[in-house]
Design a protein around this ligand. Structure first.
Ligand SMILES: Cc1ncc(COP(=O)(O)O)c(CNc2csc(C(=O)O)c2)c1O
Length: 427
C-alpha cells in the first residue's frame, strides 16, 4: 500500500534501526546514520524506515531524489529490456562508449542543458564534477598562457614531482560559507563546517565574502545593494592581489544559492556583476549547480533567474540529476585526451534514469508546480515568522529551496530533532 501520510510509531531511530546500526558499526563508521530505510515501502515523498515509521521526506537523501521514491517511470526504465545491457555492462565511457551514448546524452543532459551550453562531461558525483571542472579551468588557463605552444620538456618533467613550472602556482577563488565537495580540490573551495576540513592539507586560495542580505528584501534595498557592491569590490581586490602574488586566479566558483553554508541568496545583479568581473579579467565563471540544479527554483537551472549577459563558462551538476558532470563552453574543453578522465567518467545507467526523470518533469509540468509551491510556501512561512518574531527571522526562498533563521543552532536543532543535535552538531 503506497503511504500517503506520515505515521510515526516508535522513537527514531527505532529498535530495528538500532539493531542494524550495531551490526553495521562492526563494519564501518556509522556516526552519520540517522536510521535504516525500507526503500521497498517508501513511495513518492514518503520515506519509510525499517521500524515502519512513515515520514514526509523533505530532505530526499541530501537533496538527491528528483521525483520521489519508487516512481513508476523509473521502475519502467529499469524493467525495459532495451536498457538491460546499460544496467549490466558498465563501460569505461572515456574509451568505449556504448552505441547509443550520443542519443542518450541528447535526450537527457543536452535536452536540459543550460541555455547557450552544448558540451557536457559526465562524472560520478558532485565533488568529482567540481574537481574535474577545476582541472578544465587550469588546462584552459595554461593553454592560453602558452599561446598554443606545447608544454616544454622542463614542464613535463617537473610536474611529475609537483614542482614548478609544470606544477604552476595558480589559484581558484571561492566564497565564505561555500560548499563544493569533500575531495581535496573541491574541499579547497569548501568553507563550511570544521568536520569537512579538519586535518586535511589544503592550498591557501583566495576566499571572498558572499553577500549576507538583510530581509525583507524590499525594506533593505539600498543596504543590500551596498553589501553586494562591497563583495564584488573584494573580488576585484583579490584578483589583483593574487596576480601580484604570482598565483593568478584562473576561475571563480560559486553556488547560485549557497546551500550547505546557510541558504544564502544574492541578487541577479550580483551574479551579473561577478560575471562582468570574470569577463574583464579573463577568468572562468564557474557555477556550481549541484544543489540548485534540476528545477528546485522553478527554472531548470537556478542561474537562469540571473539574466546573465552570456552563458556561464562551466556549470557543475549532480544529486537530482542522478549523474554528476559539468557543462562547459568549448574554450574549456581539454584539447588532449586522458586529461579530464577516469575509469568510468560517469554511468550510462544513471543517464537512462535521468532521461525518465526529465520526461516526468516535462509531462507533469513540475517546474511550474515548483514555482506555484514556492509562491505559496514562503509567504506562509513569513506569516509564521511575523507570529514568532523572536524565534524566526530572514525567511527567504525561491521555488522549493529556501530557509528561515533561528536565534541559535540549539534552537534550530530543537526544532529539527534532539537526535540530530546529539549526533551531528556537537562537533
Ligand atoms: C553545491 C555543491 N557542490 C558540490 C557538492 C558535492 O557533491 P557530492 O560529492 O556530495 O555528490 C555538494 C553536495 N552537497 C552536500 C550537502 S551535505 C554534504 C555532505 O557531504 O555532508 C554534501 C553541493 O551542495
Amino acid at each position: 500500500v503506497e503511504p500517503s501520510s506520515p505515521n510515526v510509531r516508535t522513537e527514531i531511530p527505532g529498535p530495528k534501526s538500532r539493531q542494524l546500526l550495531k551490526e553495521l558499526d562492526r563494519i564501518q563508521n556509522t556516526g552519520a546514520v540517522q536510521f535504516f530505510a525500507d526503500y521497498d515501502k517508501s513511495y513518492g515523498n514518503y520515506l519509510v524506515d525499517v521500524d515502519d515509521n512513515c515520514m514526509l521526506d523533505l530532505y530526499t537523501q541530501i537533496a538527491s531524489i528528483p521525483i520521489g521514491y519508487n516512481h513508476q517511470s523509473l521502475i519502467d526504465a529499469v524493467k525495459n529490456e532495451n536498457n538491460l545491457s546499460t544496467f549490466v555492462n558498465r563501460p569505461a565511457l572515456g574509451c568505449y562508449p556504448p552505441r547509443d551514448w550520443i542519443t542518450r546524452l541528447q535526450t537527457s543532459l543536452l535536452a536540459v542543458a543550460p541555455p547557450g551550453l552544448s558540451e557536457v562531461q559526465t562524472m560520478a558525483c558532485g565533488a568529482c564534477s567540481v574537481e574535474h571542472a577545476q582541472k578544465a579551468m587550469f588546462i584552459a588557463f595554461q593553454r592560453r598562457k602558452r599561446g598554443g605552444a606545447p608544454p616544454t620538456q622542463e614542464e613535463l618533467q617537473s610536474c611529475k614531482t609537483n614542482d614548478l613550472p609544470g606544477t604552476p602556482n595558480l589559484s581558484v577563488l571561492s566564497f565564505k560559507n561555500a560548499f563544493h565537495g569533500r575531495t581535496m580540490g573541491a574541499l579547497a573551495l569548501t568553507h563550511t563546517k570544521p568536520m569537512h576540513k579538519l586535518d586535511f592539507p589544503q592550498p591557501k586560495w583566495p576566499i571572498a565574502t558572499f553577500p549576507m542580505l538583510k530581509y525583507p528584501l524590499e525594506d533593505n534595498v539600498r543596504e543590500n545593494q551596498a553589501e553586494e557592491k562591497r563583495c564584488l569590490a573584494e573580488v576585484e581586490d583579490l584578483i589583483e592581489t593574487w596576480k601580484k602574488k604570482g598565483e593568478p586566479i584562473v576561475g571563480v566558483v560559486i553556488e547560485p544559492i549557497q546551500g550547505e553554508g546557510g541558504d544564502n541568496f544574492a541578487s541577479p545583479q550580483f551574479f551579473q556583476g561577478l560575471q562582468d568581473i570574470c569577463i574583464q579579467n579573463d577568468i572562468c565563471f564557474n557555477l556550481d549547480e549541484v544543489q540548485t540544479g534540476c528545477g528546485v527554483t522553478g527554472l531548470f537551472w537556478a542561474h537562469e533567474h540571473f539574466n546573465l549577459k552570456q552563458p556561464p563558462d562551466i556549470v557543475t551538476f549532480s544529486k537530482k540529476m542522478l549523474t554528476g558532470g559539468f557543462y562547459y563552453r568549448s574554450e574549456y574543453r581539454s584539447q588532449e585526451a586522458f586529461r579530464i578522465f577516469n575509469t568510468w567518467v560517469g554511468d550510462p545507467s544513471k543517464v537512462v534514469l535521468l532521461e525518465a526523470v526529465i520526461k516526468v518533469i516535462k509531462q507533469d509540468n513540475l517546474l511550474n508546480r515548483v514555482t506555484e509551491i514556492g509562491n505559496y510556501l514562503w509567504p506562509e512561512v513569513e506569516k509564521i515568522q511575523k507570529k514568532y518574531p523572536d524565534f524566526l527571522s530572514r525567511v527567504r526562498g525561491l521555488g522549493i529551496t529556501g530557509a528561515v533563521d533561528f536565534p541559535s543552532l540549539d534552537d534550530r536543532n530543537k526544532a529539527i530533532s534532539s537526535y540530530y543535535q546529539k549526533v551531528y552538531y556537537n562537533i
